[in-house]
Design a protein around this ligand. Sequence first.
Ligand SMILES: Cc1cc2nc3c(=O)[nH]c(=O)nc-3n(C[C@H](O)[C@H](O)[C@H](O)COP(=O)(O)O)c2cc1C
Length: 270
Amino acid sequence: MKPDLLRQHIRSAREATRFPVGVNVPLARGDAADLLDVALEEGIRIIFTSSGSPAQHTRRLKDAGCTVVHVIAAVKHALKAAESGCDAVVAEGFEAGGHNGIDEITTLALVPQIVDAVALPVLAAGGIADGRGMAAALALGAEAVQVGTRFAATVESSAHPTYKRLVAESADSGTVLTMRRLAPVRMLKTPFAVKAADAERRGAPREEMEALLGTKREMLGIFEGNVDEGMFEAGQSAGLVHDTPHAAEIVRRMMDGYYSTCERMAGTLA
Ligand SMILES: Cc1cc2nc3c(=O)[nH]c(=O)nc-3n(C[C@H](O)[C@H](O)[C@H](O)COP(=O)(O)O)c2cc1C
C-alpha cells in the first residue's frame, strides 16, 4: 500500500472494530518512513515491522509511545530485535505466506528456538489457520499467534475475489516458495508462480528474476486478481482454508478449536 491507501485502510479498520488497530510496515520498502508517519498521524500505536533492520525506526516509534513488534525468521534476527528495543517478536516459519526468511526454518523448529533465545514475548506465525495450530504454537512457548492466509480469505479482507476463491480451493500442495536468490516469497501456484519457479529452476539470470519479482506483483495479484502477471502470496495453510466467512467467525472458530484441542490433549494425558 502507498501512504494514501494505508491511511484509507486504517480509517476503515477503525470503523470496523472497537479494538486497537495495528499496522505492519516492511522496512525494506523505500517509503517505509512515510508509511510509519501516516500510521503515527492516524494515532496508531501498535506497529509491526518486517523485512529490514529493526535498528532503523524502533527508537522513534518507542518515543512516540508505540508497542513495536518485529517479524523475524532466525535466532540472530530475534537477538537484533531485542537489542533494538522491540517489545516482542513474531517468529515466522517457512510455511508462511508472502516473504520468507532465507534459512527456510519451519514454524515447529523456529518458535521454541526463539523462545529460548530472547526474553521477549514471542508470537508464532506460519501455517496457523485454526485452533489446533494455535494450541500447537502456544505449546511451543509462543504467547500469541499471527495469522495471515486464513484472514486474507475473509469478507473483510481487501484481497480480490479471485484471490479468495483460489485460496479456498487450494490443496495442501497449492503453494510454492520461489525467488530464493532475490527475496524468497511463498505464493499460490498460479500461472505466474509456475513461470517464476521454472525460471528459477533453469537458473535464469538475475535480471530476468528481478523483472519477475517486479515491484507491483503483489498489487497485481492480491488486489487485482491477475493470475498471469501477479503474485498471489499465500501460505501452506491455504490447504486448511475452505471458505470465506467474516473475520469474526474465524476468531470464534479458532477459539473453539483451541479449547477443544486443549481438552483433547488433557484427556490424552489423563
Ligand atoms: C497476502 C499476504 C500478504 C502479506 N503481507 C505481509 C507484509 O506486507 N508484511 C509482513 O510482515 N508480512 C506479510 N505477510 C505475512 C503475514 O503477516 C503472516 O506472518 C503470515 O501470513 C503467516 O503465515 P500464514 O500465511 O500461514 O498464516 C503477508 C501474508 C499474506 C498471506
